[in-house]
Design a protein around this ligand. Structure first.
Ligand SMILES: NC(=O)c1ccc[n+]([C@@H]2O[C@H](COP(=O)([O-])OP(=O)(O)OC[C@H]3O[C@@H](n4cnc5c(N)ncnc54)[C@H](OP(=O)(O)O)[C@@H]3O)[C@@H](O)[C@H]2O)c1
Length: 305
């Protein structure tokens, strides 16, 4: 099969190339998915799991990409819950070959059914951003109606999901980003917008939940805004500065079929939308994932229609 591979950690996304790889075989409880659309998070080429397996052994050449939407073509020994021919979407294991490929083997529990009226490109744009927002807001942040959420990077993949889900849950949402992101963030439902390069973040006042997708100085200053009993949720590594009288948590998103079901239900009924920018073919994937200008929205690789 055709797949994008990486072999050189130092090269970053510029080291991606299209290659021929063996088709994957389904292990116990796996399905094989014929991939129609694939999502990729650029930072994954800096994650140790891209380069080594769970025992620390080199696993290159690696197929990156951990989000897929496609159709089940095979079942492994003992696999239940999904069937051949079923449309699915979901998040694949960080330490296995990924989704920038024509096929992937995935544990069935990592996937959820993709309704027939949701495009594969939309399905591939949902798993990481949708699950990260859901888990950060509701599992780790224990968001309640009426609370105030600081949604950093509100025009980005995770931030736009955080903004929409928090609004739907009855929160007041302050989005942040760069100046050109203002309209997009407000369009996703942010009630206020802070341009982090020109406005004072401190003018936001106190918040119940700060959702950090940026880190560094922004993470440190966000911790100071969390009111007593509130939470700083970070998806960019361990929190350096904790809220004085609140909680801090950093986490890595996990696959969850029930949560994927909640997310796609909201996409179907119009409560949630993805922020998809470029859609490119596998032939054009390397160029699309190495844009010369700032990418607007998430890049999706359409493997087949
Ligand atoms: N732990 C986890 O499970 C998990 C899951 C998903 C994502 N992540 C991480 O979360 C981060 C965001 O992911 P994403 O997919 O949402 O990325 P994204 O789509 O690029 O969104 C990030 C947004 O924040 C903006 N931004 C970044 N730094 C900024 C700054 N200093 N000032 C103003 N705006 C800034 C970006 O603008 P520009 O494009 O102009 O920089 C972009 O609009 C990544 O580091 C990713 O690895 C972690």
């Amino acid at each position: 099969m055709r797949a994008i591979i990486v072999t050189d950690e130092a090269a970053g996304t510029a080291g991606m190339r299209l290659a021929e790889r063996p088709e994957p075989e389904a292990a116990i409880n796996d399905v094989v998915v014929r991939i129609h659309a694939s999502g990729f998070v650029p930072t994954e080429l800096t994650w140790p799991s891209t380069w080594a397996d769970r025992l620390g052994r080199d696993r290159t050449p690696t197929i990156p990409g951990h989000e897929l939407a496609g159709v089940v073509t095979g079942l492994g020994y003992g696999t239940t819950g999904l069937s051949v021919g079923q449309r699915v979407f979901g998040l694949t294991d960080w330490t296995r070959d990924g989704t920038l490929a024509e096929y992937a083997a995935v544990e069935a529990r990592n996937l959820a059914p993709l309704p027939g009226d949701v495009d594969f490109t939309v399905g591939a744009g949902l798993p990481i951003s949708g699950l990260t927002a859901w888990q950060g807001l509701f599992q780790h942040g224990r968001l309640q109606p009426g609370q105030t959420v600081l949604a950093h990077g509100a025009a980005g993949a995770v931030g736009s999901m955080v903004t929409q889900l928090a609004r739907e849950a009855g929160a007041y949402v302050v989005g942040t980003g760069r100046a050109p992101d203002r309209e997009t963030a407000l369009d996703f439902g942010a009630q206020e917008f802070v341009d982090l390069e020109n406005d004072a973040l401190e003018d936001v006042g106190s918040v119940d939940l700060a959702f950090d997708v940026i880190g560094g100085d922004i993470g440190r200053r966000s911790a100071a805004l969390v009111r007593a009993g509130g939470t700083l949720v970070s998806v960019v590594g361990p929190v350096q500065t904790r809220p004085v009288r609140g909680l801090a948590i950093d986490f890595v998103v996990e696959a969850d079929r029930a949560q994927l079901g909640e997310i796609v239900k909201r996409v179907r009924d119009g409560r949630l939308r993805t922020n998809i920018g470029t859609v490119a073919s596998l032939d054009d994937a390397v160029a699309a994932l190495n844009p010369s200008a700032r990418a607007r929205g998430k890049t999706i690789i359409s493997i087949r229609p």
